[in-house]
Design a binder for this molecule. Sequence first.
Ligand SMILES: *Cc1c(COP(=O)(O)O)cnc(C)c1O
Length: 581
Amino acid sequence: MNDDGQFFYHPLENIEDTDVFYEAVERKHLTKAISPERPYTYWTIEMYDQENGLRGGGGLGVLAADTRRVAEKMGIPFVAVTPFYPSESKQLMKDGMLTDEHVAKDYRKFGFKLVDKIYIKCAGGMTELEVIEKKFKNTRILSITEPNFGELYSDTSGSDHRLYQEVALGFGGYAALKLVGLKPAIIQLNEVATFFAALARLDELASNGMDFYEAVVYTRKHTLYTNHTLVQAAEADFSYEQFERYVFPNLKSLAVKKWLADKFHNGRIRLSSATIEIAELRSGVSKLHARVANYKDVAGERVKFKAITNGIDLDKWVLPEILQFYREKGILDKANFLSENYTEMVQKIEAEEIRDLKSRGRDILNKILADRPDQNGRILKFSETDFIFDFKRRFVDYKRPDLPFRDPLRLRSILEKRGAHYIIAGRIHTGDTNMLAKLNSVLEVIRRDDYLRDHVHYIADYDEKLAYGLSSGSNVAINVPIVGLEACGTSWMKDVANLNLLISTHDGGVADASKDAYFNVSGGDDHEEFNNLLQRMEEAIAVWDNDFDLEYMVKLQLIGFLPVVSGTRMMQDYLDYLFPA
Ligand SMILES: *Cc1c(COP(=O)(O)O)cnc(C)c1O
């Protein structure tokens, strides 16, 4: 994105000249700054990449995996550093009850190889970590793991175990990087749980003879903090005593210890306060989010975040037939950059083509649902003409999974007119009793109504496959976060790119485009937004049943959102920010 807020797209003369583009990229950025020995390093506490054995919790992890995939395709030397959790949870519906099962995972089964063992200091002893890696062409996933590492987000934030996991990722990951002979050109911190990676670097520089202030300046200039959270106050903190057990023993430089100790306030520290001080480069994940994220630095000044809206790896999330269609129409090139005249090309899309592509997606959805029963143990199979709404996202309060169920009779009447189905998919964070209660009350509402019972389906254990199946095979996606609380959101990107209609509040990355680009839900409060949502659902049904309206709406969405959703665009934005010309 350039300074006046326009999205960057490479002005391709014709759709085949991406090689010219890459040469330009290399001249401008990469040859000096990034090399195979000095790669772009990306640190993340979660990575959602099931094909490679990694299951994340949500958008943060999806973003991490997509960023690596995009870097791979763009030929960028790139290392993702992330834990390999030896166990993960799986949620199943048994007799109407949601249960968590814990599944052990072996990294060898996913193509990871053991590099060596390293040690970090924890709680008065030494902890042995295995360094493992999986290499691709120009990228790799470098992980640390050990049998008692625990699950992703196990225990509470602020607990000893979380601190241990974060310290192990930072100090252990940094040692792992050295072990495989790499130095980071850039350290990108995907949220503050990865702070210790930058700290490890600062400590290495300061304890190897570099003047402490120079080491701070150097580290700051090469560290990018990517923020996904709205308010600093929401973040858990740690005590000085916890740092004495887990963090300080791993530092060699006295000056760094003192620098870090200064970041405590009344004996407690928030990692964001320290991260802001160690990273001069800071980004937020959508235009709106970068504007509203409320963080202060040590001087009490409001922190500025550069808006770099998330994108997705279109090759991973979009039905191959649809991607091929974009290429044939001259909308996207083979690297998923938009062509300069893409708006003209989008205008040529016809309803028949949309319906045809969506029916392929429907087949994929049916295949994926074949072993994913709903809450009643039924296997769902939909015909081409069935109408499907979906709500697929983590079950958290602000995303309002229960919004359409405020008035079950009205919801019923809308679905009934068209015989429409409503599919809900979303995991509940282990131990989140509040959201479990919410899900159970929604399920109870569904159970009590004989129509909803057959037309509203909850599919447990939401994962990548289900996300892919629903975005390619449903008709309309519903995304109704409370405005201001969604940092970006990526599931709606999968929907828009797969030619679903989007019903959404104007929040997160959706607000990068105008309210006219999709079915906007707005209102002064929950109740008005509920009314508005049901109205939009009726409109969306009508639009799907009319060729002219369908073409019109899909074109609006593509014109508004294609510049936003491409992961290649996101990577280009990061490179422009990190290495200004
Ligand atoms: C895309 C995806 C997410 C992220 O959704 P957001 O809209 O970014 O919250 C979470 N879980 C799965 C399985 C996904 O595929």
